[in-house]
Design a protein around this ligand. Structure first.
Ligand code: ZN
Length: 398
């Protein structure tokens, strides 16, 4: 197998090379195992496909969970805007920022909260100043939880990212039409919040906030058309439409479930300077937490990193058992022990009939669905083995 993997040939080509001369039971999974254990290939591997989106359930009510983000649109005032989106109603607030430090951000948010009060949770990306102590402490002292979204995964702060497109477009339009951009931005926010019904929920953000329609025009006609907002119906519609858009998005992104779990040893994606630089680091990390696409790992030195699952590559558990990071106190005992059990079970099932030592060394990859031994037959073209080495191998595996 080493010879067939010369030049780090991929597993499909390796199988093709080997099948020219050899056959042995579970050859295909042996080759896959062999390649998976090659650390060089692992570092040069492609990124994992994304995991299916986990669509967040709608919060219980309006103004409970807000997403915040900075939007940079150079050429319009300071060019920096703080965008606040209520994840329940999609009600937005936009504040032009002079400086994006914690002090100014806190002041801007306080201004927004004067109208609707404090939310329960502030959710942001990991950019400064949202991760800094002055920001977190300021809000936690007020009883507002600060939650971070997953780094390198714009989808997790999706509500605010989507709004940014509309805001940028409104600003760009005012530039083309040579109108006052501040007024254009105000008009966009006003229309979005008060007049534009949500495409799937069919109610405006204002209505979701207050429970009644915004009286923008013809207030005298309003009483007659007033219907009570059915919040249970809104939740149902939201869940349904999210399910549809989730499955569409998942298939478009080629999303796949990942089996990465607590206790796994992994490599992390790193920035590359050139195409020949490996995509994944050499260092091993241990997975200590997993929540959907978010993976938290710990280094040998005990430093924790949060990563999107696409940027984490699993190291074959059987490859470097002695190389796992030293932080034993961190890895929960459940996962590694079940790991070991899994391997023991596999060995017992598959190798009872073959008494040879070589077979014990050769543990098949656990996640590969193996055919049962008794129904594995070698292809008839191997009845006459032409090569001496082939005969020896055949004896070992007979
Ligand atoms: Zn390799």
């Amino acid at each position: 197998m080493q010879t067939a993997h010369g030049g780090h040939i991929g597993e499909v080509a390796m199988k093709r090379i080997l099948r020219e001369y050899f056959w042995w039971p579970r050859m295909s999974s042996d080759v896959e195992c062999f390649v998976r254990k090659c650390e060089t290939c692992l570092q040069l591997a492609k990124k994992n496909p994304p995991v299916p989106l986990c669509s967040r359930e709608l919060p219980e009510g309006p103004w409970q969970i807000l997403q915040i983000d900075f939007l940079s649109v150079p050429g319009f005032g300071s060019g920096e805007f703080l965008v606040v989106v209520d994840t329940y109603s999609r009600y937005i607030s936009v504040v032009e920022m002079k400086l994006m430090d914690a002090e100014n951000t806190n002041a801007a948010l306080c201004e927004v909260f004067q109208r609707w009060g404090c939310p329960l949770i502030l959710q942001s990306d990991n950019g400064p100043p949202f991760q800094g102590a002055p920001f977190i402490k300021f809000w936690e002292d007020k009883g507002v939880k600060v939650r971070k979204s997953v780094p390198l995964s714009p989808q997790s702060n999706g509500a605010v990212e989507r709004q940014n497109q509309g805001i940028t477009k409104a600003l760009a339009a005012s530039k083309i039409e040579e109108t006052n951009w501040r007024r254009a931005l105000q008009l966009y926010v006003y229309n979005h919040n008060n007049l534009v019904p949500h495409s799937r929920l069919l109610v405006t953000p204002f209505e979701l906030m207050c429970g009644w329609k915004f009286r923008g025009h013809f207030p005298c006609l309003w009483e007659n058309t007033c219907k009570r907002l059915d919040r249970a119906d809104v939740r149902e519609k939201d869940a349904e439409s999210k399910l549809i858009s989730k499955s569409d998005a998942d298939s478009a992104r080629g999303a796949k479930h990942s089996d990465i779990k607590i206790g796994d040893t992994v490599l992390l994606a790193q920035a590359r300077k050139s195409k020949t630089d490996p995509l994944f680091s050499q260092d091993h990390f241990k997975v200590v937490a997993r929540d959907g696409p978010k993976v938290v790992v710990i280094s040998r030195n005990g430093i924790q990193y949060a990563r999107n699952i696409q940027d984490v590559k699993k190291v074959d558990a059987t490859a470097g058992a002695d190389e796992s990071p030293a932080g034993e106190n961190v890895s929960t005992s459940a996962a590694p022990s079940s790991d070991a059990e899994g391997r023991v079970k596999n060995t017992g099932n598959d190798d009872t009939s073959s008494g040879s030592d070589a077979a014990v060394d050769h543990q098949p990859c656990r996640n590969k669905g193996l055919r049962r031994r008794e129904i594995i037959k070698k292809p008839s073209r191997y009845d006459l083995i032409r090569f001496e080495i082939g005969r020896k191998l055949a004896k070992i595996w007979a």
